[in-house]
Design a protein around this ligand. Structure first.
Ligand SMILES: Cc1cc2nc3c(=O)[nH]c(=O)nc-3n(C[C@H](O)[C@H](O)[C@H](O)COP(=O)(O)OP(=O)(O)OC[C@H]3O[C@@H](n4cnc5c(N)ncnc54)[C@H](O)[C@@H]3O)c2cc1C
Length: 404
């Protein structure tokens, strides 16, 4: 017989969005289950883990979870530029350590964590609203009854799909990377490599983690290109293309593969008794396809709003709407602007990339960081679009703020 559980809130997915939601909800007084299908949190790594120091500090992520970055190097077929900052503003996360720290925060605050529990089905009431989920665990079937469910299952959006509320993402990024021990590396420098040979619709990267370990990867936009990122990654490593050559002898440690939505903010994220957050909500910056900081930030908002709703006894979509209102206000216009830059980048030829790097090189470090983070404050954008001494930069920022 299936084992039955009763919770205020069930969070499906123990990634950064799920752990953060569970943490915020349990802190606010809810009885919370956090459910993960793998045998431990972050058993499989599906991300390169670049994020920003400002967000790391805001979330309280410990210092031993990341490697700081202050030089940003780009290479295209015939150009190479480096933006040098005076202080580190970016970082490469130890993904496993960070995600486990996030889950531990939830657990220490009182959330029950179920691992090896694969959620397969939803339970609906007579109105068709979700009131629980069913999964298969080590001891067989389990049923979780809950006032609110948070779908933090990532790209697959298991719960929302089972409810029939969403279908597969049309546009997404596929990425493959090796974590490798290398002979030589500049530990404070990331590399983004652009042009057809690296990726016909995307880019390749080298992200250092410290201790002569780097992540070398390739991301490819779908459906724009049918190139397999794993095949392309092996090719560029084999050829020792561009800055890969400088790394010297490479020793493979771990392989990572993942998919990230790139459909813009197209989904509704609140329904009766249900919230979507993180990748299941499509919350990703399209410029470099990063979503970890949004997953944590809006995971916390989702958890807080859900637990408030539980306290009031009203858990329908209107009661949960403050969550959607919060994240839309914070990122919707920025993500839309970033989408315009991504559309421009996806169409660039090798020669155009060579020139684009010259434009990027004109940016001051703080302008570059705001740009790549899609942190487009309107007044700043207008300033750059109107007053920057270089015409090409003015044109780029005019695009961002919507002028032709
Ligand atoms: C190749 C690649 C590189 C990336 N690089 C970066 C980067 O450098 N920086 C950045 O910020 N972002 C990056 N991202 C994006 C980032 O990984 C995601 O935005 C982020 O992980 C979203 O977090 P999440 O919690 O929503 O989903 P996830 O991290 O995907 O977590 C979802 C969790 O749910 C679990 N789950 C799924 N289905 C079920 C089920 N049925 N039952 C129980 N559990 C389930 C999964 O096992 C997983 O643990 C990258 C993505 C890819 C694919």
């Amino acid at each position: 017989m299936a084992k039955e559980y009763h919770y205020d809130l069930v969070v499906v997915g123990g990634g950064p969005a799920g752990s953060s939601a569970a943490y915020a909800a349990v802190k606010n007084g809810s009885k919370v289950a956090l459910i993960e299908k793998e045998s431990s949190i972050a058993e499989t790594v599906r991300t390169s883990g670049v994020t920003w120091i400002q967000n790391i500090k805001e979330f309280g992520i410990p210092d031993d979870c990341f490697n700081p970055i202050k030089k940003f190097s780009f290479c295209s077929p015939n150009n190479e530029v480096t933006i040098r900052d005076t202080i580190p503003r970016a970082a490469v996360l130890d993904v496993r350590k960070t995600y486990r720290w996030l889950a531990e925060e939830a657990k220490q605050s009182g959330a029950d964590i179920f691992t090896k529990m694969n959620i397969k089905e939803v339970i609906k009431n007579q109105n068709g609203d979700i009131v629980g989920v069913k999964g298969i665990g080590e001891e067989g079937e389990a049923v979780f009854h809950s006032k609110i469910i948070i779908d933090a299952s990532g790209f697959q959006s298991t719960v929302s799909k089972a409810m029939g509320l969403v279908s597969q993402w049309n546009r997404f990024g596929a990425g493959a990377e090796y974590e490798m021990k290398v002979e030589n590396t500049e530990e404070d420098t990331w590399w983004l490599m652009v042009g057809q040979e690296y990726s016909p619709a995307g880019y390749a990267w080298i992200f250092p983690l410290g201790n002569n370990i780097v992540r070398i990867g390739v991301g490819v936009g779908k459906p724009e290109s049918n190139v397999d990122p794993t095949v392309r990654l092996k090719e560029i490593i084999e050829k020792k293309l561009g800055p890969i050559k400088k790394l010297g002898k490479l020793t493979e440690m771990e392989f990572h593969y993942g998919l990230i939505p790139n459909d813009g903010l197209s989904r509704k994220t609140v329904f009766n008794n249900l919230i979507l957050v993180g990748d299941s909500a499509g919350q990703a910056n399209p410029l470099v396809l990063e979503g970890i900081r949004y997953a944590i930030k809006f995971g916390r908002v989702a958890g807080k709003v859900a637990s408030q709703a539980i306290k009031t006894g009203k858990t329908d979509k209107d009661a949960l709407y403050p969550y959607e209102e919060n994240w839309r206000k914070e990122i919707e216009s920025k993500i839309n602007s970033a989408g315009k830059v991504q559309d421009r980048w996806i169409g660039l030829s090798d020669e155009e990339w060579d020139k684009e790097l010259d434009i990027i090189n004109e940016l001051k470090p703080e302008e570059f960081i705001d740009f790549i983070k899609a942190d487009f404050g309107l007044s700043n954008m207008i300033k750059l679009a109107t007053h920057h001494p270089k015409l090409a930069v003015r044109q780029l920022f005019s695009l961002v703020k919507g002028k032709k």
